[in-house]
Design a protein around this ligand. Structure first.
Ligand SMILES: Cc1cc2nc3c(=O)[nH]c(=O)nc-3n(C[C@H](O)[C@H](O)[C@H](O)COP(=O)(O)OP(=O)(O)OC[C@H]3O[C@@H](n4cnc5c(N)ncnc54)[C@H](O)[C@@H]3O)c2cc1C
Length: 457
């Protein structure tokens, strides 16, 4: 039987593990933290439960939906689009992306539409600024994109690759970045008319769905249980000390001082530490943005019915805020609810090193933006620091990534990656889709012949 080690028990690692056991394999899933779930887990403080981030699976990814439903059964609830909003130009809006055009002053709108047709960019098209200016024109780049991204990343948009904006959902995917498409979309949105569905089906009631009542943490726990019930192993507090490589393949992994022989390795963490352990890079890790979650216990009931809101105005400290009880009232005791305020920052910033001294500033931002009526409803705050959520990909990152992947394929051809960008933000729908592909690829690989393994060992 193929011996598979899966590094990381986040959503990707657990998806791979549970699919491999259903193909008859017995993978070993190793996790350095004491808990499974990675970025997709639930946090429990007494009677309050918060998810790490407000996760929704995209409905349109059928294979993903099927997989999730097979583990969550009938407990999924739909998330209406209107429950997701943004704080833009001093008020909460239900329109995201291009829809925000409706709230711009007429003078800006006219200038923007003029630019959309006539302006050309002089910036590098691989950069976020160049790609967005080429498609939206200069005015919409300035009013809708630049400030938001620079506030979150702390780096000018000229210096980051366009993929960063796409991954952060701040701009449409590259294939949709065409002026004609955007102009059409903008005009439709301005008239508040949605594009008709092309498949003739009923209008979409929901854009996404959420596993309730158990939430995402329990979803990952359920996947871990499935791995173990199928004969696999999930080992926490397990660190990968070294990887043994022979003839272009990883043949052994040393975990907590013990050697595990392997035929295939699935790596769900960042690419850089893997390259480092294999001696394939001397470069420093790519810079990244961290998130701090301020999880507040709240008295009363929320004033908004938004699942989460993104703060698009340059002023508030917060990047996103969400209400933990909207899909699962049991996430807080009766008469109470929970709010998560997410703050994006870099490791050298004072807030990352001493977040507790910013609790009042976060409360003040929530009150100032009317997410919370007054200071009186705040209870205790629980702070979680999530490092390296987004990588700051520079304009040359793709060439470097391709070189690294080619190097990896030559030196360690049996290592499979679940994050195609080598780390950083991917939506959970994409993570699960990719993990399903990797599991299929491994399950279909022919078993390695004993003679071949012997000659290599
Ligand atoms: C605050 C927040 C909000 C989010 N909101 C959304 C959302 O609304 N919608 C959405 O689609 N996505 C969202 N995401 C993104 C989504 O949660 C992640 O992309 C997804 O959970 C990543 O899963 P993963 O398994 O690839 O990585 P991770 O969750 O990072 O898991 C990787 C695991 O591998 C372990 N690991 C790494 N290296 C090693 C090693 N050498 N040895 C042992 N273990 C190792 C790590 O400890 C970790 O547990 C959000 C993320 C965050 C942080």
């Amino acid at each position: 039987m193929k011996r598979v080690v899966v590094v990381g028990a986040g959503l990707a690692g657990l998806t791979v593990g549970s699919k491999l056991v259903s193909s008859g394999l017995k993978p070993l899933v190793v996790e350095r933290e004491p808990h499974v779930g990675g970025q997709c887990r639930s946090l429990q403080y007494g009677e309050y439960t918060f998810d790490v981030g407000k996760h929704c699976f995209d409905h349109s990814q059928d294979e993903v939906a099927e997989f999730v439903l097979s583990h969550c059964g009938q407990t999924m609830v739909g998330v209406p689009r209107k429950k997701v909003g943004c704080y833009f130009r001093g008020a909460y809006r239900e329109e995201l992306g291009v829809g925000r055009l409706r709230y711009l002053p007429v003078s800006v709108l006219v200038r923007g539409l003029w630019d959309l047709v006539w302006s050309r960019t002089s910036a590098d098209r691989r950069s976020l600024r160049g790609a967005v200016e080429a498609c939206y024109g200069r005015t919409f780049y300035d009013t809708l994109v630049r400030q938001r991204i620079e506030r979150v990343l702390g780096v000018p948009c000229d210096q980051v690759h366009v993929d960063v904006g796409t991954l952060l959902w701040l701009i449409p995917p590259k294939e949709q970045l065409s002026r004609a498409a955007l102009l059409g979309k903008a005009l439709r949105r301005l008239r508040n008319v949605r594009a008709p569905r092309t498949d003739g089906g009923p209008p979409k009631a929901f854009e996404a769905f959420y596993p309730s009542p158990r939430g995402f943490g329990d979803f990952c726990e359920a996947l871990a249980q499935a791995v173990m019930a199928g004969g696999g192993t999930v080992q926490t507090v397990a660190s990968i000390e070294s990887l043994q490589v022979r003839q272009g393949r990883v043949t052994g992994v040393v975990i907590n001082g013990r050697l595990e022989e392997v035929d295939e390795v699935v790596w769900t963490g960042e690419l850089h530490p893997l390259l480092k352990q294999l001696g394939l890079t001397d470069e420093p890790p790519p810079p990244s943005v961290n998130l701090i979650l301020f999880n507040f216990e709240m008295a009363g009931s929320p004033t908004h019915d938004y699942f989460w809101v993104e703060y698009a105005d340059p002023d508030p400290l917060i990047y996103r805020a969400s209400v933990s009880t909207l899909h699962r009232p049991a996430n807080a005791p009766a008469g109470h609810y929970g709010i998560t305020a997410e703050v994006a920052c870099r490791s050298h910033e004072p807030i990352w090193n001493d977040p507790a001294s910013y609790v009042e500033a976060v409360q003040e931002a929530l009150v100032r933006t009317d997410f919370v009526p007054d200071r009186g409803s705040f209870g205790p705050c629980h702070i979680e620091r999530i490092p390296r959520v987004w990588l700051i990909l520079d304009v040359d990152y793709q060439e470097r990534l391709e070189r690294s992947l080619a190097h990896l394929a030559r030196e360690a051809s049996n290592v499979h990656l679940t994050n195609p960008a080598g780390g950083g933000f991917q939506t959970i729908g994409h993570i699960v889709r990719r993990a399903l592909e990797v599991s299929r690829r491994i399950a279909e690989l022919p078993p390695r012949s004993p003679e071949l393994v012997g000659s290599m060992g």
